[in-house]
Design a protein around this ligand. Structure first.
Ligand code: SAM
Ligand code: SF4
Length: 472
């Protein structure tokens, strides 16, 4: 009988994309996706470790899965991703009923390791760094079971060479490696030929994309400038036939250059949305974080972006309660956030991650009650600008891409505008996900808009599921 699997993902888009390829590898190995855990023989928990509560959640979930495993012979549990990379052997030491532990550098081994565990018993395999010559290095270069079929994530870079004092990513994802330019274009062309119309380029610091590739050429004797290539990449991906929308995440404010803004402004398919992580508005805290920019520099680059790109939506990440953050520092964050006039913000309470510089600043940890109060004050500032931004869209006609039926109301569809805003609108007949349509915006809330369907502008051509990509 065909074995079935479920992949549960925690964390960011990188993890979502890794999950797609674990699923693709299992499909290629003859397994099927299960509808639920009850129906599954294998459960994969693809983990995140960016904040501490992820640890507690993961181990809690793993212990709850013991009963699930004991209910049926042959059931297996796989733990992959950043937490596995961080905890290594301790995952199986803490939870002995886990069958496979694999890290961030060997996702391509998921199916083999599962087979190995079936015949030889539990296994942990963690590599300390990516194997450069390995074609399987980039998630997108492997078979993938894409979770939707009209849009796709495309990895352009793995790892990170920065050293933000709060961040565990460099420790669990390794050094920054750019994917070859032509390989990215080939993948996007292939996706477009299958009917994918929207791509999101993924990397931890996309602005530095390509610098390492040029450095390598330079070292091998070629006369090239050691410069970044993200602007070029954006323009060339955006020019591919069939691609109607290009997004990317995340840029780093210290490396944002005018050429990238120009590429955004002059490539019609690149969406008018910039996710621009601020982290803090205080120059003192930004310096302690090693972010490499000041509040003023952040704001002036943002003003340049808005001047160059019409109707640009701006979102951000902000951390509250970084060690040593004073009331004055925090007030500066409020001021910069108010001036930046964000469309929305992911706000995080600082979480110490073992091994990072900030986790050692214990004597400067901020009182949780003070953090909770600051968090609320920041939320108020961000929601204020979000509502005003949304209200300004009422009465406008916007093109959306249909994502599917609303989770709360079957009679309502949801779609996204180019500015990445969620729009709910009623429908008489079902529209296929991936359909483009104009809607008139009629109502604004802080986190979504409502609208009325006007006309369909593009009917999707993708098959229901994007077939497995082949490794060339
Ligand atoms: N590379 C991206 C950048 O430079 O902005 C960030 C990637 S990280 C996966 C996503 C967000 O998580 C960060 O922007 C930061 O706001 C938040 N984050 C990372 N480490 C954190 C920590 N220790 N505590 C709280 N939030 C954290
Ligand atoms: Fe983490 Fe900083 Fe790298 Fe982003 S740029 S992944 S926050 S170290």
């Amino acid at each position: 009988m065909t074995r079935k699997y479920v992949v549960r993902t925690y964390g960011c888009q990188m993890n979502e994309h890794d999950s797609e390829r674990i699923a693709g590898l299992f499909d290629a190995d003859g397994m099927d996706q299960a509808d639920s855990e009850d129906d599954a023989d294998v459960i994969v928990l693809n983990t995140c470790c960016i904040r501490e509560n992820a640890d507690n959640k993961l181990y809690g979930h793993l212990w709850r899965l013991k009963d699930w495993k004991d209910e049926k012979d042959g059931r297996q549990i796989v733990v992959s991703g950043c937490m596995a990379q961080k905890d290594k052997d301790t995952v199986q030491a803490k939870v002995p009923h886990v069958d496979v532990v694999l890290g961030t550098h060997n996702v391509h081994r998921a199916a083999e390791l599962l087979d190995h565990a079936t015949t030889h018993g539990p296994i942990t395999e963690i590599l300390n760094e990516a194997v450069i010559d390995d074609h399987a290095l980039f998630p997108s270069a492997l078979p993938a079971r894409r979770s939707t079929s009209f849009n796709a994530w495309v990895t352009i870079q793995i790892g990170c060479d920065n050293n933000c004092a709060f961040c565990i990513v460099p420790a669990v994802r390794g050094r920054e490696i750019s994917r070859p330019f032509d390989e990215i274009l080939d993948e996007v062309r292939e996706l477009a030929s299958q009917g994918v119309t929207e791509v999101t380029l993924l990397g931890q610091n996309v602005n530095s994309y390509g610098r390492d590739l040029n450095l390598e050429l330079r070292r091998s004797g070629e006369d090239v400038r050691v410069t970044t290539m993200f602007a070029d990449l954006l323009a060339q991906v955006g020019a591919i036939d069939g691609i109607r929308r290009v997004r990317y995440t995340s840029p780093h404010p210290k490396d944002m250059r005018s050429d990238v803004l120009l590429a955004m402004a002059s490539t019609p398919s690149v969406c008018e949305h910039l996710h621009y992580p601020l982290q803090s508005g205080s120059d003192r805290v930004l310096a302690l974080m090693h972010r490499g920019y000041t509040g003023e520099r952040y704001l002036s680059r943002l003003a340049e972006a808005r001047a160059m790109i019409d109707d640009l939506a701006v979102t951000t990440d902000i951390i509250v309660g970084f060690p040593g953050e004073t009331e004055d520092d925090f007030v500066r964050t409020l001021e910069v956030a108010a001036e930046a006039d964000f469309d929305s913000a992911y706000t995080f309470i600082y979480s110490p991650r073992e091994g990072t510089e900030a986790a050692g600043m214990v004597e400067h940890f901020v009182d949780p009650a003070v953090i909770a109060d600051r968090f609320e004050r920041l939320r108020t500032v961000v929601e204020h600008s979000a509502v005003i931004k949304h209200q300004a869209r009422v009465g406008r006609r916007e093109e959306i891409i249909v994502e599917g039926a609303s989770r709360r109301n079957e009679g309502v569809l949801t779609g996204r505008t180019r500015q990445n805003k969620l729009v709910h609108f009623p429908h008489k007949e079902m529209l296929r996900p991936g359909t483009y349509a104009y809607v008139d915006i009629t109502y604004a809330a802080p986190h979504f808009l409502k609208g009325e369907l006007v006309e369909i502008t593009h009917v999707p051509t993708h098959k229901v599921r994007v077939p497995l990509l082949s490794v060339s």
